[in-house]
Structure formats: structure tokens, C-alpha cells
Design a protein around this ligand. Structure first.
Ligand SMILES: [Zn+2]
Ligand SMILES: [Zn+2]
Length: 379
């Protein structure tokens, strides 16, 4: 970068810091989904002006999440040939994805309290309207009019991100930004699921299906929460090895004919809870088949498909089949507290420049990514 361009950026940022000020010539670069199923396209727009309680951050780290593949494809598979189209969820194109972000505060509106320029923050992306009863409880991820960053509003595949209120910003202390960024999705998602296991988490072994990035995060957080132990199920031998190395009680091939028996043996009986991080027909069916009386199946993964549940088995076995979607603002605060006390689960992280976002998505789609790719738009 030439010195003169550098100077332009500094001048532009100084202008951004003044609430409500015009920022002529300050261009924000983002990579957007312009057409479903097509590579993201570079777009240059004026950097947004923070007003009211809004905060503008320069993106330091933006994790590339598996769900971005579904978002850029434009649909989720519902099984039986049915699809949930993202346009039906109110997602409009062009869209800037990226929901696992760490940024530095560069500007804020006159009503934004508790922020200052230079603050490095993790962005809680699961934003709701902030007004309804559910949002007021802090469960904004369950709002009926979601504003999630990188899904419904512009996310971190961009050099700047705007958030509507400082309550979505969390201090990461001295954590490396590229390591902290995945806490915004894979961290909070697995923490939210583990919380649903309830008080038996510390006394009963659980089953975690899926040992990819999400699975290793779940295993690490389960340990940090003093979990009794986890049996991990995955069809990929390399991922089973990774789970074993990360401290799983056992790692079982979900495609084995006797997978159910192996789980029962490892758990010394039917397990109390199963967290299904894959969410395919085969994994959810296995989960419902193996869980004990009174137990819980918590479905997190969005692979797609459907299952058949004989209705009498719900009351007779008193099982709970529950979906879990990300986590609340309170859970994000708890998660960061847990990580500060017990350390961050060690997930391999590779950083890449923002301009390589399409290659990163292609590698993820091809199953070539171990752990997480994190983009570094501010680098
Ligand atoms: Zn995600
Ligand atoms: Zn709401």
C-alpha cells in the first residue's frame, strides 16, 4: 500500500469517529452474494455512518462457517425433495455474509454508551428486534423478526461492520481475534446446546454426533463445563482420531451396522443426551433410537433430511426432541467467562485475506478444512 493511500484511510477513519459526520470518499469493500450458487462478488459502497446507538467496527477477523455454504446456495434441504428457500425467510440479495466477527471500534452514534474508539470486540451476531418480549429476555436469537449479522444484515465479509447497539459487543480480553471469532457461531451454538443438557451434564456421559470444527468445539466446551465425558460419533476415521485426541471417551463410526450397540456399550447403557451436530436423517434417527427414557435429543446441525418418530415413543419413553439455534446474549457472556477461566478449546485456525473468500468457501465445500478458516479483512 502506498503512503498516500494509507493517509486517506487514516483521514477517513478520523471522520468516522465523529458521530453523524459525513465520510466522503470512505469506501467499504465487501464480498457479497449477488446470485445464489455463484461466487461472491466484490462490491464497493460508502462506509455506513453510525447514528443513534449504532457502532461501526473495522473487521479484524471473520470466520468462514459451514452455514455460509447454505446461505450462498440459497436454500436448506428439508428432505423428501423439499427445500427451505432463503428468500422465504426474508433474506434479500445482494447480501454480505460473515457472522463470526471480531472488530475494532472506529465510530459510534451519539447515543451509544460504553464504547470507545479502538475497543476490540467480538460481535454477537444473533440479533433480534430488541423490542419483543423474547428479545427483552435476551433471547434475541429466537426473535420473529431477526436481524442476524451476515444473514439478514450485512456481516463481516467486509472491511467494516455496523451493529445497531453496543449490547452486541463483547470484550475478548487478550484472546487472539482469529481464535475468538468462531465463538460467535460455533462457540455459542455448541454452548447453547450443551446448556440444554441440563444438570446431568456433570454426572452422565453424553453423545456428540459430528467431529468436525463444531464437534471439536463442543467437546472442548463440554470438558470446560466439567462434563462427565462424551462419546463422539463420526463416519470419518480422521475426525474420529481428532475426537479421541481431544479427549472423547470413545469415537464410534456412525455408519457401522452395530453403531447403536457400540454407543450403548461406551455409555454403559442408553445415553442421557445426544447432541446432533450433523442433523441428517441418519444421524437424527440414530440419536432418537439410542437416547434413554426421559432423555434429550438436541438437534443443531443443518445438513438436512427428515426422520420418522413413532408418536407413542414420545410419551412412553418421555423423550425430548429439541432444536437448538445459536445462543442468547447471556449465554455469550457466560461463554466468554468460561473461556477466560478455562481457556479456549484448541481448534486449528488458518487465516486468509478477505480477497480469498471464494477459495475459502470452495475448500470448505470440498471438505478440505480442518478446524476453521478465518478471514482478515483489516490486514
Ligand atoms: Zn455459523
Ligand atoms: Zn424481538
Amino acid at each position: 500500500m502506498t503512503p498516500s493511500r494509507n493517509l486517506n484511510i487514516v483521514v477517513a477513519e478520523a471522520r468516522v469517529q465523529r458521530p453523524g459526520a459525513e465520510v466522503p470518499g470512505c469506501i467499504m469493500k465487501s464480498y457479497d452474494v449477488c446470485q445464489c450458487g455463484e461466487p461472491l462478488q466484490l462490491s464497493e459502497k460508502p462506509t455506513p455512518q453510525p447514528t443513534g446507538t449504532q457502532v461501526l467496527l473495522r473487521t479484524v477477523a471473520a470466520g468462514v462457517c459451514h452455514s455460509d455454504l447454505h446461505l450462498s446456495d440459497g436454500y436448506f434441504d428439508l428432505g423428501g425433495g423439499k427445500r427451505l428457500m432463503l428468500s422465504d425467510r426474508g433474506i434479500k440479495l445482494p447480501m454480505t455474509m460473515g457472522h463470526e466477527n471480531v472488530g475494532d471500534v472506529v465510530g459510534f452514534g451519539p447515543d451509544a454508551r460504553g464504547v470507545k474508539t479502538g475497543d476490540r470486540r467480538l460481535l454477537h451476531p444473533w440479533m433480534g428486534c430488541g423490542e419483543c418480549a423474547v428479545c427483552k429476555l435476551g433471547e434475541e436469537q429466537l426473535c420473529l423478526t431477526p436481524r442476524s449479522l451476515g444473514v439478514f444484515t450485512a456481516g463481516g465479509y467486509s472491511d467494516y461492520v455496523l451493529v445497531p447497539h453496543p449490547r452486541y459487543l463483547f470484550d475478548i480480553g487478550d484472546l487472539a481475534p482469529e481464535k475468538a471469532a468462531p465463538l460467535a457461531c460455533s462457540g455459542i451454538t455448541t454452548y447453547g446446546a450443551l446448556k440444554k443438557v441440563g444438570s446431568l451434564l456433570k454426572t452422565e456421559p453424553i453423545v456428540i454426533i459430528g467431529a468436525g470444527g463444531l464437534g471439536l468445539m463442543c467437546l472442548g466446551l463440554h470438558k470446560a463445563m466439567d462434563g462427565r465425558g462424551a462419546i463422539v460419533v463420526d463416519i470419518d476415521p480422521a475426525k474420529r482420531d481428532a475426537a479421541k485426541n481431544a479427549g472423547a471417551l470413545a469415537a464410534i463410526d456412525g455408519a457401522a451396522a452395530d453403531a447403536l450397540d457400540q454407543i450403548m456399550q461406551a455409555a454403559k447403557g442408553p445415553p442421557w443426551a445426544v447432541i446432533d451436530l450433523v442433523g441428517s436423517s441418519a444421524t437424527a434417527q440414530l440419536a432418537v433410537s439410542c437416547v434413554r427414557k426421559g432423555g434429550k435429543v438436541i438437534v443443531v446441525g443443518l445438513y438436512g433430511g427428515d426422520i420418522n418418530v413413532p408418536l407413542p415413543s414420545l410419551p412412553m419413553r418421555a423423550i425430548t426432541l429439541q432444536g437448538s439455534y445459536t445462543g442468547s446474549l447471556n449465554e455469550m457472556a457466560e461463554l466468554l467467562d468460561l473461556v477466560r477461566r478455562k481457556g479456549l478449546p484448541s481448534i486449528p485456525v488458518a487465516t486468509r485475506p478477505l480477497a480469498e473468500v471464494n477459495a475459502a468457501l470452495a475448500d470448505l465445500r470440498a471438505g478440505k478444512v480442518v478446524g476453521r478458516i478465518v478471514l482478515t479483512p483489516a490486514a
